[in-house]
Write a protein that binds this ligand. Sequence first.
Ligand code: ZN
Ligand code: ZN
Length: 290
Amino acid sequence: MDIKGLIDCHTHCKFSPDGRDEPSELVKSAQQLDLKAIAITDHCECNTWFEPEHYGIDSSKADADDIIMYNCKSFHLASIQPMKELVRQSFGELAVIHGVELGQPLQAPEIADEIVGDEELDYVIGSLHNNSGMLDFYYLRFDEMSPQQINSLLGDYFEQVLQMCEWGAFDILGHLTYPLRYICGKYNISVDTDCYKDTIVQIFKTLISNNKGIEINTSGLFTDLKKTMPDAKLVKLYRELGGEIISIGSDAHCAEDVGRGAALGAELAKECGFDRAAYFIKHKPVFVKL
Ligand SMILES: [Zn+2]
Ligand SMILES: [Zn+2]
């Protein structure tokens, strides 16, 4: 599908613990696709910022998969100079943006403040991958939970996203409904997001009044969820409440996934009443026509 002129504002390179490729390889993919903008947004997970031992975990005894997202700090520090050099170069029509995906800022607010205080950063995605005191939704066994337990976890998730939006030191809210990727996708358990509508409305109103936006994260289209995060129903709700700032992100973790789903994301945005999407330079939205 032709995605010329579109944007991918959520990608990970080797400076994420679960990323692989050089940032220049992601940029090359974006150039080949004729994108208008690519943002490289490596993981800054505030609650696993340090090495596992800092949190009392013996990494020699832990499963490698369980501790993969620890020590984001060393990845982030290694990224700063190469990313600065990369974004200083000219790529013609393509805007290359130095961003971060800030995970769980309120679970270590002093670390979050330090990261977002970097004036070189153009763009911050605010994400929640785990409820406070719990593991990433990726690890949770939803098949062993009662519907009430799942309901309570999701209620907490949306409440904690709302608190993060009230804190607000980011540009775009990342992949709202992330837990559904596992609950509905991996475990095939249906969820009606209407049960959380009051909180979701509060989330959107808070973002709108602070001039922040949401992303249409297209990675879910290629998992068993088969939907964007959030889906069309919620993107429409955001629009009806007056939302104007929307971004599109593949959440690529390798160069060949850059731009994946961007055309579908743009189509969905249009169906929901958007005729433009935004990328960010120095935290200011730059709009591209859809
Ligand atoms: Zn994420
Ligand atoms: Zn991501």
